[in-house]
Design a protein around this ligand. Sequence first.
Ligand code: TEU
Ligand code: CA
Length: 555
Amino acid sequence: MTSIPTAPARRTGPGWWRSAVVYQVYPRSFADGNGDGIGDLRGIRDRLDHLQWLGVDVLWISPVYPSPMADNGYDVSDYHDVDPTYGTLEELDGLIADLHERGMKLVMDLVANHTSDEHPWFIDSSSSPESEKRDWYWWRDEPNNWGSFFSGPAWTYCEGRAAYYMHLFAKKQPDLNWENPEVRHAVYDILRWWLDRGVDGFRMDVINLISKDPELPEAPVMPGQKYGNMRQSVIDGPRVHEYLAEMHREVFDKYDRDLLLVGETGETTVEEGRKYTDPDRRELDMVLHYEHVEIDHGAFKWDVRPFDLGRLRERLAAWQTGLADAGWNSLYWDNHDQPRIVSRYGDDGRWRTESAKLLATVLHLQRGTPFVYQGDEIGMTNYPFVSIDEVDDVEGVNYYHEAVAAGEDPEDVMRSLRAMCRDNGRTPMQWDDGPGAGFTTGDPWLAINPNHTEINVAAQKDDPDSVLSHYRRLIRLRHEDPVVVDGDFTLLDDVHPQLFAFRRRHESGELVVLANFSSEEAELGDLAQECRGEVALGAEGGPVLAPWEARVYRR
Ligand code: TEU
Ligand code: CA
């Protein structure tokens, strides 16, 4: 049995996050400390041994602020407190202290593109056209034709103001007007408040949507759609870089600490990604782009297409090379908005363990900072949703009703939801094979995947061949091997129908990753010449890769 030593080497100082691994917790679904069926801060604190054993450096928690929970906390009604569902501010201070004691950092979610409609700012702004905060949100007498990301129009009428307000997401998530400097400074105050409390950075929700084309022009309507596609007026908008640079100047530059600034930037491009993360521009450290998690989307996410390895390889390589000499990549497969990667790009049946390990290998050995989403490390799968009644997520529920009302066959709509629904990633964490999966002693807020009897942390912890042990090895490799952190990236093949192969090269040596993305054997062909050196991960072997085999050479 191979033993896996602990104690990762942590870097400090500028760029410390290049050698770090981030772990994302979705608080509702991670661990329930008080038996009410909903995860909470107590639960997270009780499970820190798991994170430390795994070896991760940073914990990012999705929002725990007071919220009406129209979008599970991505609709904040108070930025300076903790929702009672999750605990108290003291409990959060306790979490920060626990993490720091263990040498780990805490990153909070900043949701500042929009607030809840129950936030005092919005209540004030919507009360009257004379309100001091009248320009804190986007108000218009007449709406334009934009649709929301969560189905339906992006505008809702408000009696108090006798006007319409813009919401790119749910109608309970009005968009803040960042054109207004008072709004920007109010956000900077929030950031400083949390930094002063000891948090180590932020993951900034949909931060590339904060600057809208102020003309709010009508948007093109795609065939079969009722509302206009507003993307070109809101994604990476005209002033977004200016705002982020201002935020950096006003807030982060004043803190002499090792912070981590991550932007969520859906549908951004490599070119923009490089601008966001070029250290000379002093905006962000890294961005979470979407290109590699939209490989199986058609015209929109519910239009599910088959996985296309060639396209995945090409887009990942484009980000690797595009950010090679300026900027930095984040590396992720899953988060609370994505279906489970092993069900999506892997094989969650016969080859679940192998494909989960392969997906981890190809992700963690690229150049960038890996993000492990809770459950990735044990190869959790999608949930077998049959009925819309099992779905909680506002995006999925809204889409279902809109599509069915428009005449689509409910069975077809459920098939899309089964594949793409965000609740796939939100079912409770599977700690053990007991009735509450070790997640809760109560009634879970969202059903636990029945496969928790086999797929769980306890079953994998002492098994050196498990997905969990594999994640731990990968994290350790990043902490120990400078090639993984600093080596450059070269794609070794762009035509093979089954292989994703790349090389990382550094003055200290090189790594070659050979991965077979299929349930059949794969002939290496010319790539067999890369089978040299010591096998750093995987098993020794010849010029053929077994189904879902990933082999890593170090020389
Ligand atoms: O996600 C953004 C999101 O929902 C995307 O799918 C969005 O449609 C995309 O950016 C468009 O290109 C974040 C959070 O992670 C998610 O949980 C929230 O629901 C959402 O923002 C609104 O806050
Ligand atoms: Ca609870």
